[in-house]
Design a protein around this ligand. Structure first.
Ligand code: CDP
Ligand code: MG
Length: 146
């Protein structure tokens, strides 16, 4: 009997945040995504209302940075992407780097294009359940089918 490594296909939600869109980093960030195994399954430019940013980040409602985060996320257009690959959630988080650009590894997107912890260029889901709910916040089941 052969014992193989089973790697399941996963989808995750990525966002190019308002700072990176304003800095004209859409193209370079999508090029970095496409240079990996991550496949773009959905992509759209939108501008969130404050209440929509609050809904998206509801898990952080009690945090001291909730108001500034949701004000920032609704301050300009963003790019929402559905990404697919084996292990997509952690793969995308590795490409982004640590939440604080100052602590992110050299070459990661947040290190390259983020300027501070509250202007860190990109978002990524952190687990299977949050990926599913975050994807459904922006994309229909038809758009996401594999
Ligand atoms: O985005 P990530 O999952 O890496 O971090 P998080 O802990 O889920 O926080 C969500 C977002 O809140 C971060 O990406 C930051 O933009 C922001 N944040 C902040 O403004 N100040 C902090 N002290 C921590 C997070
Ligand atoms: Mg998070």
């Amino acid at each position: 009997m052969s014992v193989g490594l089973i790697v399941s296909m996963e989808q995750t939600l990525a966002i190019i945040k308002p700072d990176a869109v304003a800095a004209r980093r859409i193209g370079v960030i999508i090029a970095r995504i496409e240079a990996t195994e991550l496949e773009v399954k959905g992509v759209r430019l939108i501008r969130l209302k404050k209440c929509e940013a609050e809904g998206f980040y509801a898990v952080h409602r009690e945090k001291p940075f909730f108001d500034s985060l949701t004000t920032f996320m609704s301050s300009g257009p963003i790019i929402v992407l559905a990404l697919e690959a084996p292990d997509a959630i952690s793969r995308w988080r590795r490409l982004m780097g640590a939440t604080d650009p100052a602590e992110a590894d050299p070459g990661t997107l947040r290190r390259e294009y983020g300027t501070s912890i509250d202007r860190n260029a990109t978002h990524g889901s952190d687990a299977e359940d949050t990926a599913a709910s975050e994807l459904s916040y922006f994309f229909s089941a038809i758009e996401l089918r594999q």
